[in-house]
Structures are given as C-alpha cells and as structure tokens.
Ligand binder design. Structure first.
Ligand SMILES: NC(=O)c1ccc[n+]([C@@H]2O[C@H](COP(=O)([O-])OP(=O)(O)OC[C@H]3O[C@@H](n4cnc5c(N)ncnc54)[C@H](OP(=O)(O)O)[C@@H]3O)[C@@H](O)[C@H]2O)c1
Length: 431
C-alpha cells in the first residue's frame, strides 16, 4: 500500500489535536484513501515533551526547529500550525518554493501574503490548503472552491468571529460588554488580548481569505472599511431588539459585481443590525455562520463552531485527505488565475444606519442633530430621545438607506455640535 509522509510544525492547541486526530483516524483514512498518511515528524519549541504527552512512537522524529524538520524529514505533506507571521511566512516560502504541500490554518499569513503565496504555488506547482483558517470546522472554503465551482458567487454576509458574537449575544441577554468578554475569556475561547477580535481585524482577515478564494483577487489590509464592536453597549442591543426588531451582529460582507475576469468587490466588516427573522440573528454565542448568495443555488447558510482545537483540527485533516487524494491521483495542483480586484470605494456603499449619541438635555439639541442629517441629505427613519440621566440624554436615530459618505459627513457634523459628546455608537442596518 502506498504511503505519504506528514510533518506537523507547531504542537499547540490545534497542532496537538490535529496529531491526535490523524493517529486516531488512521485506519479510516487509510480505507478511504487507499493509502496511508504516516506522521513522520513534528516540530515545536518543546517537541520532546509534547510528543511524549501525545504518546508518539520513537519513529516520529522530533525537532525544535520547523525549518530543520522540513529539510531533514522532507515530508510529502507539511502542516503549519505555529501561529504568528514571520516563522509561518518563512516556512511557507520554503515548502511552496520546493513545490510541496502546505496545509495551514493561519488566516493572518494568508490575509497578509495572499498574492505572494498564490504566486509561489503557481510557479512551483505546490499545493496550498487552508480550510481551517476561516470558520473552524465549517467546510466553507471547499464549498466555494469545489461544490459551487459551477455557480457564480454574488456575495456573502458572515459572522466570522466567535468572541464578538459571544459578547453581542450576551449583551442581548442583559450583560455588560465587559462582563461578557470576561466570561468568554474565562471559558477559554477569547484571547487574553482580544483587540484583534473586538476591532473587527480578525473577521477582516477571514473575509480576505474568502474573497481571495472566491475571486482570485486580494483585499489588501486597509483597502476596505473595518469597524469593530467597541462602541456597542448593552442598551444598543436592547434598543435594537425592543424598538427596531433587530439583533446586533458583527457582519463581514462581500458583494461581487462585474465579470469573473474583472471582479468588483464591495467589502467591509461592521457592527450591523440584522432583522430578527434574518438567519444571522439566530446565530448565538461563539458560533459562526455564513450566508452565501449564489446565482443558481440561491442563498445557502453554513453555521457551526468557528474555532477551537477540535473543529479546526477537523478542517486540517480534511485538507490532508483532499490534497493526499489529489497527489495520489496524479492531479495537477489547481492554479487559479490571479485577478486584479477592483474595490468599490466604501463611501459609495448604500445602507440604512443607526446612530446613538449622548447630548446635553436642553432645548434645540434634537433639532440640531436632525438638522445635521438633513444638511447632508440623510433622511431620518426614526428618532428617539431617552429621558435624561443626569444632564445627558441619549438620542437614537435610524436613517433611510443613504450613501455611507453622506452618513459619515452627517456623523462628523453631529459629533462637532457643542452639546453632543464624542462617545457614540454607529451601526449599519442590513436590509
Ligand atoms: N486555536 C484556535 O481555535 C484556532 C482556530 C483557527 C485557526 N487557528 C490558527 O492555527 C494556528 C495555530 O494556533 P494555536 O491556537 O494552535 O497556536 P498555539 O497554541 O500558540 O500553538 C503554536 C505552537 O507552535 C509553537 N511555535 C511557534 N513558533 C515556533 C517556532 N518558530 N519554532 C518552534 N515552535 C514554534 C509554539 O510554541 P511556544 O508556545 O513556545 O511559542 C506553540 O507550541 C494559528 O495560525 C491560528 O491562527 C487557531
């Protein structure tokens, strides 16, 4: 029976579970593949201790240095689960440069280096698989790449970050955002430093990977708007649910237009008010979900655990299985043509908006706020003033659909009013 060697770099949360699953499912994989996937080497700063804890046999070589592992063990398939950027970047260059197979769950690497990685793989005939980099165990990348290969992707709206979804749904249940975050950290799925999650940066990296796979083009960091949930408070979630019939979610959106050879992308990550009967409104706690809009298959909803050792390791194993099957079958590596992605200027995007500001409770303030919107031709759908707490009153406005540029200008005008505090919350409203 044929066999293919596998080496795993990084025995942390995901790496340990990927090694455990690979060994536990060895017989089933062998049966389905008609060949053996043999773990021959692992690398980690503490490889010896991790290998002992995993009960690896002496035949599995241990390395402290992942680069030495690649050079000495020369595996058919290399799994990169180191985390960070610099070491994975060098490892990817080494493996892809040799025309090898790289399986990674590193969204940061993919989002930063998309054109470089795709170019290196194209030149050398290497294979790059990264199902675990977006939405954990949800098989969304393979669905876009293979299952929907005969269809046309029109766009997507997705909850791609478990920490922010946990915080927002706990806020809906009355908890403060700080308490909800502390809870997520205590449960072990929010990072000790949650800034990349709360700022929307993590969801943006995943949106970049999804867009790259779907279009062949690159949403370079900073080329599209990204806003997180730091300004959202429990009272916004309550107001949204009780008065607007909506739920607050951090939504990564992509709208595609133009021919596939010259795609135009409208992309962004925003705190978003979704109607309560929208599929994303029922996605709670740390779960992820993607609503995919296609030309022929219609709307498709994928949802599940978006991170964690077991779901991500499941995606890593699927990548190993599929790339091993292609290698054994002698299939050439897929080489999607690189595309120049035209990014729709964010200011042109049209949507309805929600704005809550804190204003001094005195006559004329409400009229000044409404006037600022009117001057920018942003039409008000509703306006509500909470009774003053102390000397400040909370004014909440929803608008009719308007170009983002006009809303942003109106927002700046409102925040410049002497009676209005800088602290505020602005959100997009999904139709
Ligand atoms: N955790 C998840 O739920 C999840 C979900 C989806 C995707 N991912 C991605 O999967 C990857 C791995 O995540 P993780 O949570 O498993 O990370 P992790 O727990 O930090 O594990 C990484 C391991 O690699 C080791 N390592 C890092 N750089 C090394 C180097 N240069 N040489 C030798 N060993 C090195 C680390 O050792 P030290 O600790 O000593 O540095 C650690 O043991 C990341 O790219 C992450 O974004 C994770």
């Amino acid at each position: 029976m044929k066999s293919l060697s596998v080496a795993v770099a990084g025995l942390g949360t995901v790496g340990r579970e990927a090694v455990r699953l690979l060994r536990a499912r060895r017989a089933e994989l062998r049966e389905r593949l008609g060949a053996e996937l043999v773990l021959t080497a692992v690398a980690d700063r503490d490889a010896a201790r991790e290998a002992r804890a995993l009960g690896l046999p002496p035949s599995v070589a241990r390395f402290r240095d992942p680069f030495e592992m690649i050079r000495r063990a020369d595996p058919a398939l290399c799994v990169e689960l180191l985390g960070g950027l610099e070491a994975p970047r060098r490892l990817a260059a080494l493996v892809l440069g040799r025309g090898g197979v790289l399986v990674t769950a590193n969204k940061r690497l993919l989002a930063h280096d998309w054109p470089r990685l795709a170019g290196a793989a194209r030149r050398s005939g290497a294979r790059l698989a990264f199902e675990g980099s977006v939405a954990g165990g949800i098989p969304i990348l393979r669905a876009l790449e293979l299952s929907l290969s005969g269809d046309r992707l029109l766009g997507l709206d997705a909850i791609l970050n478990g920490t922010t979804n946990y915080v927002l749904t706990r806020c809906e249940e009355g908890l403060s955002a700080a308490a909800a975050l502390a809870e997520a950290q205590a449960l072990g799925f929010a990072e000790r430093d949650p800034s990349l999650d709360l700022s929307g940066g993590d969801a943006a990296q995943k949106l970049t990977v999804l867009t790259g796979l779907a279009t062949g083009g690159w949403l370079a960091p900073g080329s599209f708007p990204v806003d997180g949930i730091r300004a959202v408070e429990t009272r916004d979630a309550a107001f949204a649910r009780e008065r607007l019939g909506r739920a607050v979610r951090l939504v990564a959106s992509l709208r595609l237009s133009g021919p596939p050879s010259a795609p135009r992308a409208e992309a962004g990550v925003f705190p978003t008010l979704v109607p309560l009967d929208h599929p994303l409104a029922s996605v709670r706690r740390q779960r992820n979900a993607l609503l995919i809009r296609t030309a022929s298959a219609g709307d498709l909803l994928f949802s599940g655990e978006g991170a964690g050792a077991a779901p991500t390791a499941s995606a890593v194993l699927a990548d190993l299985f599929v790339t091993a099957r292609d290698l054994l079958g002698g299939l050439p590596a897929p080489r999607p043509a690189p595309r120049r992605l035209e990014i729709v200027p964010p200011d042109e995007a049209v949507s309805a908006f929600y704005l809550r500001v804190e204003a001094a409770d005195r006559p004329g303030v409400l009229a000044a706020v409404a006037g600022a919107l009117g001057r920018e031709r942003v039409s008000i759908a509703s306006i509500h003033q909470e009774p003053a707490r102390g000397r400040a009153a909370s004014v909440t406005i929803t608008t009719h659909p308007s170009p983002r540029a006009l809303f942003e200008r109106a927002r700046r005008r409102i925040l410049a009013l002497p009676a209005v505090s800088r602290r505020h919350c602005a959100m997009r409203m999904l139709a």
